[in-house]
Write a protein that binds this ligand. Structure first.
Ligand code: FAD
Length: 476
């Protein structure tokens, strides 16, 4: 190995000698990968094709011992540490030019305890790993809706998905974590031990260390659930979305809604003349008693004028993969989001206008229905402060040619700007654009919890070895 230039915690660079790297390698079972390695380019690529960062080194950790050795090495050389869980952060936050990335993609083990209804999930696991293991016992953890997403990144900033109204955010179902902190030690954090650290990781992102395992509370779900997916012409949005809004407002917690302003999918169930046309899809998932599901989702399918209807029963594991094909690796993405308090005619008109004007047919605007279990947790109970908004609008610019980046990013930003009059603020850090405007994002996501996060950061990572995706500056 040659001498390496790596990014330090003060924003500068330091040279690490070949002997230093060899000493690190001798403490690992995994591998140190640098630019000279044949796998460097494939290992530095992430889900979002827009991201082209060149890390100084990637350490492919095989377990806790490797993570501890890597963090001690980083501490010795005053290096910043970036962490790759599932590699699905839209901003590519697990990499930095000349940065040191701990790649946990070989740490995907999930162990279920069916008696206690808990799962121990390693820091590099994907949602699909978790769903596969838990469903063997008829159980599930509340996570997100695309199976390739990393459990770690999603959970550390909240985690919204089909079980949100019934069981809350992913962090609300976390029982403990094991985490390697900046001193290179492994700590367990839960409600009793290192309780402040446990509070901080439930929303504070990767700022406090490398989480080597998450322990989740599981819930009985499936194996079959009901999905609604009637597809209505975009021109019907002014009728369909208010119905969706009002129906979800009185529906049981087991029904979670995700209204999508999108394009009609090119599948046999959709008449060909509609393929690619702008539509509104009333996606929802009912996870309550199976024999009630058809009746519960029926009103969403009966509004009238549907172009097609993809609704039906399916396995929970298939529900969790239903959207997978729409998010291929290596395509181009830029996502923002904004909480809304109302979903009235004025909002619907703005959303419809932007849907019609999308530069890319893959792009969508998603209306997540929040509340219920998410809102029943007090804003101070975890760092995740914004719990009272009834809707989160996800603005997804998704496109296929790199050259179209400017137009698509501009579109997403314009939807965000036009939604501002309808929000009381707050930010969801899992759909944060490229973390532009960091101070606003910190205040918006954490509100008054930010000061406590800064104090805990000062205690566990005073020199900011772990910048996370959005750095929380240690308190002075
Ligand atoms: C296709 C797709 C679908 C999505 N669907 C949802 C959804 O339904 N609900 C939702 O809430 N979000 C969703 N998201 C957003 C997703 O939660 C974030 O993009 C998240 O950052 C992905 O986590 P990751 O581990 O894959 O990312 P990575 O890029 O690997 O990591 C992101 C950041 O998390 C931190 N991190 C990762 N692993 C660890 C670890 N083990 N220890 C400490 N820090 C760590 C690091 O700071 C890292 O920079 C989706 C994203 C995509 C791309």
């Amino acid at each position: 190995m040659d001498e390496l230039k790596l990014k330090t915690t003060d924003g500068g660079m330091t040279a690490v000698s070949p002997d230093g790297l060899a000493a690190l390698q001798s403490n690992l079972r995994g591998e140190v990968i640098t630019a000279f390695h044949e796998s460097y380019d494939s290992l530095r690529s992430v889900w979002n094709g827009l991201i082209d960062k060149k890390p100084g080194a990637l350490i492919r950790c095989t377990g806790v011992a490797d993570v501890m050795a890597a963090v001690r090495f980083a501490r010795q050389h005053r290096l910043s540490v970036f962490v790759r869980g599932g590699g699905h952060n839209v901003a590519g936050a697990c990499l930095a030019d000349n940065g040191l990335t701990l790649d946990l993609s070989r740490m995907r083990r999930v162990q279920v305890d069916p008696q206690r209804r808990t799962a121990l999930v390693q820091g590099g696991a994907r949602l699909g790993d978790l769903d596969h293991e838990t469903q063997a016992f008829g159980l599930a953890a509340p996570v997100g809706v695309v199976s390739a997403t990393g459990v770690a990144g999603l959970t550390l900033h909240g985690g919204i998905g089909w079980l949100l109204r019934k069981h809350g955010l992913s962090i609300d179902n976390l029982l403990s974590v094991e985490i390697v902190t900046s001193d290179g030690q492994l700590k367990k954090a839960d409600h009793h031990q290192n309780a402040d650290l446990f509070w901080a990781v439930r929303g504070g992102g990767g700022n406090f260390g490398v989480v080597t395992s998450f322990e989740f509370q599981l819930h009985p779900v499936g194996p079959q659930v009901w999905m609604s997916a009637p597809i209505y012409p975009l021109e019907h949005a002014h009728e369909v979305i208010p119905f969706f809004r009002d129906y979800l407002a009185q529906a049981p917690d087991e029904l979670m809604g995700l209204g999508v302003f999108w394009s009609a999918p090119e599948v046999p169930e959709v008449p060909q003349r509609w393929h690619g046309a702008p539509v509104v899809i009333l996606l929802s998932c009912y996870t309550g008693p199976f024999d009630r599901g058809e009746e519960i989702i029926a009103p969403l399918r009966r509004i009238g004028g549907a172009v097609a209807d993809l609704s039906g029963p399916m396995r929970w594991t298939d529900m969790q993969k239903f959207l997978d094909a729409d998010y291929p690796d290596g395509a181009f993405y830029y996502w923002k989001s904004i909480y809304l308090d109302r979903l009235d005619d004025e909002v619907i008109a703005v959303l419809s206008g932007h849907t019609a004007a999308r530069p890319s047919p893959q792009s969508s605007i998603d209306v997540w229905t929040l509340g219920r279990a998410m809102e029943r947790v007090k804003p101070s109970e975890t760092p995740f402060y914004k719990r009272d908004a009834p809707y989160l609008i996800g603005i997804e610019a998704n496109w296929q040619n790199r050259a179209d980046a400017d137009a698509n990013i501009a579109w997403a930003r314009s939807v965000f700007e036009d939604m501002k009059p309808f929000t009381r603020g707050g930010d969801y850090l899992n759909f944060p654009g490229f973390f532009e405007d960091r101070e606003r994002l910190l205040r918006g996501a954490y509100g008054p919890n930010l000061e406590r996060l800064r104090v805990i950061k000062a205690q566990y990572d005073p020199t900011n070895i772990f910048p996370g995706a959005l750095t929380i500056a240690p308190a002075a």
